[in-house]
Ligand binder design. Structure first.
Ligand SMILES: *Cc1c(COP(=O)(O)O)cnc(C)c1O
Length: 369
């Protein structure tokens, strides 16, 4: 058996080779490179996919969160509730606008923000909650929406990992006042480079972000606000429109593979399998297991040519970059427990059942000899 990659992006993307080539030819012939028809078309497609009124393409996922915060005029002196267990980008966006990230622990079963712990962290400085739909699973967005209503807070979904997931049949990326996503190549909807988007149902926020992403200017050389340069490329937009058509099928493939892991790894060693909250779905951006023998299992699989990753080895509060916030070990024990025991298994569209079976057999061999 040859090696099984953690994620085979080359295989995923070469499926679209002919369509990509046609799109490139079309793009080259158009002679238009920045903010043209291809970005506009993709924005329409993506808004429709997310069941929102508006989508705005931006340069990457981190910028999407930053621009969402800026559009809501969140900055210095404000607090924003974030999960203690997330990729650092969620926190960085808050810090970048001058606000303070206020961490809330995840639920140990779903790994998404524990909705019962949010209210205890709300102060008169709190402006917003950023739930992250982590590992592909929609957070309990209905409950978060109710808390936000009660305290008059904004909700910004960090939906970088869960394009296509649902909460009560309403898509992730449609629940917040304004929502951010990423098209980093490894995401479920991945570009062939960097990209990101904002989704919203609110016209005034849409207008604001459109201006902010393009130098704060609506009319060329007339600058209304202090904007940035954060635009989605025409070429990436063209590729994304092509890949978006297959996203639902890709996500179903991921769900099918996840189901097989769920069944086959049940009761194997000390493995803890992922759990999905009631009324939420996951599109399995990451299939994450937990085990006390994480290092040994990873080394064993690596030796057999099976790729795995750790999402993420150090939670944001323990990163050197956040030393000024003054947190120390055991401040967020659940996030730390996940960081110390998690292992992400290979799972991606186009992964074959034979490849997956090889992974499963090797995991069983590790525990049972
Ligand atoms: C990938 C990711 C981001 C950032 O996206 P980029 O496009 O890499 O800037 C933000 N939040 C989460 C949870 C992510 O996984």
């Amino acid at each position: 058996m040859p090696e099984v990659k953690y994620l085979d992006l080359k295989r995923i993307n070469t499926c679209f080779e002919n369509e990509f080539k046609n799109a490139f030819q079309d793009f080259l012939n158009s002679g238009w490179y920045i903010l043209g028809k291809k970005v506009e078309d993709f924005e329409k497609d993506f808004a429709q996919f997310t069941q929102t009124q508006y989508a705005i393409g931006v340069a990457n996922g981190l910028d999407a969160i930053i621009l969402a915060l800026k559009a809501l005029e969140i900055g210095k002196g404000h607090e924003v509730i974030v999960p203690s267990n997330t990729y650092i980008a969620t926190w960085l966006a808050v810090s970048y606008v001058g606000a303070t990230p206020i961490p809330v622990e995840p639920n140990i079963e779903t790994y998404n923000i524990d909705v019962t712990k949010i209210e205890g962290k709300i102060t008169d400085k709190t402006k917003a909650i950023i739930p992250v739909n982590l590992y592909g699973q929609a957070a309990e967005l209905d409950k978060i929406h109710l808390i936000a209503q009660k305290y008059q807070l904004y909700v910004i979904e960090d939906n970088a990992q869960a394009q296509g997931a649902m909460c009560f049949n309403k898509p992730a990326g449609a629940w917040g006042d304004i929502n951010a996503t990423s098209f980093y190549p490894g995401k479920n909807l991945g570009a062939l480079g960097d990209g990101g988007a904002i989704t919203t149902n609110r016209l005034e926020l849409y207008d604001k972000v459109k201006v902010l992403r393009n130098y704060g200017s609506q009319k060329k050389y007339y600058n209304e606000v202090l904007g940035v340069n954060s635009r989605l490329d025409e070429l990436q937009a063209a590729f994304l429109s092509i890949k978006l058509k297959k996203l639902e099928q890709d996500n179903q493939e991921r769900q099918e593979l996840a189901k097989i892991y769920d069944t086959q790894l049940q009761g194997v060693g000390d493995i803890v399998l992922p759990k999905i909250a009631q009324n939420c779905t996951s599109v399995y951006h990451i299939y994450l297991i937990r085990t006390k023998k994480r290092e040994q299992l990873q080394a064993f699989l690596n030796e057999k040519g099976i790729g795995t990753l750790i999402h993420y080895p150090i939670p944001p509060h323990l990163q050197k970059a956040y030393s000024d916030l003054g947190y120390s070990k055991n401040d967020f024990p659940i996030a730390e427990e996940i960081a110390n025991t998690c292992l992400s298994l290979p799972l991606f569209p186009t992964m074959s059942f034979d490849e997956q079976n090889w992974v499963i057999q090797k995991i069983k061999a590790f525990y049972h000899g």
